[in-house]
Design a protein around this ligand. Structure first.
Ligand code: PSU
Ligand code: MN
Length: 306
């Protein structure tokens, strides 16, 4: 079998020239944001990466092939499609052999990025340990992927809909470095503050890049999670978002939402309850993550050339 990887012309050129590349996921487009802001945001994020001196590689499975870098037509089709699979590690091969189209979550995007030898990936928030996981056992495969696939993921922390202390515990158990960028506290997606101290802190992209490379040198499996706080002007305070989250969680429980549907349902519900404010925050934090990811990717390329 041949590797079902397909590079866009832009990404192929960047690879050939050894330029900095930042991977971007597609579940945020299909399951994380409503149309048409999903496609608008995806384009803005790609442009932000370009402006920051790196090449964006949005990853998705289109008709049974892993696309690394999407054409504008593919992006539009994905953003409007209704029956797109949500792909994690468990679903990727099945989607490929059935010739279907699927959006990659953090876990599946990491796998595809590593296959394409891309080391840096920007997203919004990673999946984590859901509240009530002691009953539901709902722990995102994103956490286990960070433990085994060598990609540095830049997120705005984990979404505050999750159980953040348990999420940090699972990451620690699996040996994943969790690095808060520029502050001591672990950020909580829509808010800069979670009330929890991050295990590690770094203040420069160069340090984060060096730490990724040191792990490679040491022969360690897995990646790093960089928790980049949302810009102050875009944040929704913890006090403001907490009751909204509680309400969305109650609705999910009442409707019996479970498994893969939980995160998309909660994001949509919080969007409705905040009258779109959560989406504005989500867009701002993804753009912020794209900028930091580009700086880290550039630092990695610079260090490799030195
Ligand atoms: N970040 C966002 N919006 C999203 C997601 C992340 O800002 O929609 C997606 C990611 O693809 C992540 C997934 O991997 O949510 C987590 O899903 P689950 O909780 O089912 O593992
Ligand atoms: Mn889950």
């Amino acid at each position: 079998m041949t590797m079902p990887l397909q590079f866009s012309p832009e990404v192929a050129e960047a690879r050939a020239a050894g330029r900095a590349i930042v991977a971007l996921e597609s579940t945020i487009i299909t399951h994380g944001m409503p149309w048409p802001q999903n496609v608008e945001t995806a384009r803005l994020v790609e442009d932000e990466v370009r402006k920051s001196g790196a090449t964006p590689a949005t990853i998705a499975v289109m008709n049974g092939r892993i696309c690394v870098g999407l054409s504008p037509e593919d992006l539009l089709a994905l953003g409007q499609a209704r029956d797109v699979m949500k792909l994690s590690r468990a679903d990727l091969a099945a989607c490929l052999v059935s010739g279907r189209t699927g959006a990659t979550t953090v876990a599946a995007t990491m796998i595809c990025a590593a296959l394409a030898r891309i080391s840096v990936f920007a997203t919004g928030g990673i999946g984590g340990v859901h509240r009530g996981a002691e009953r539901s056992f709902d722990i995102s495969a994103d956490l286990l992927e960070l433990a085994q696939t060598p990609v540095t993921v830049i997120a705005a922390g984990a979404k505050a809909i999750l159980d953040l202390p348990k999420t940090l515990e699972v990451l620690e158990t699996h040996g994943v470095p969790v690095i808060a960028y520029g502050q001591d506290e672990f950020p909580a997606f829509w808010s800069r503050s979670s009330g929890l101290r991050a295990p590690l802190r770094m203040d420069t992209a160069a340090q984060i890049a060096a730490s990724h490379q040191m792990r490679q040198t040491l022969g360690m499996a897995g990646g790093q999670l960089v928790a980049n706080p949302i810009p102050p002007e875009a944040e929704i305070s913890r006090e403001a978002i907490s009751p909204v989250i509680e309400c969305a969680l109650r609705d999910a429980e009442a409707l019996g939402i479970h498994a893969k549907a939980v995160t998309p349902f909660l994001l949509q519900r919080i969007f409705e309850l905040t009258e779109g404010r959560s989406l504005q925050a989500n867009i701002a934090l993804v753009l912020n993550n794209a900028r930091l990811a580009s700086a880290i990717a550039r630092a990695m390329v610079g260090a490799a050339a030195a």
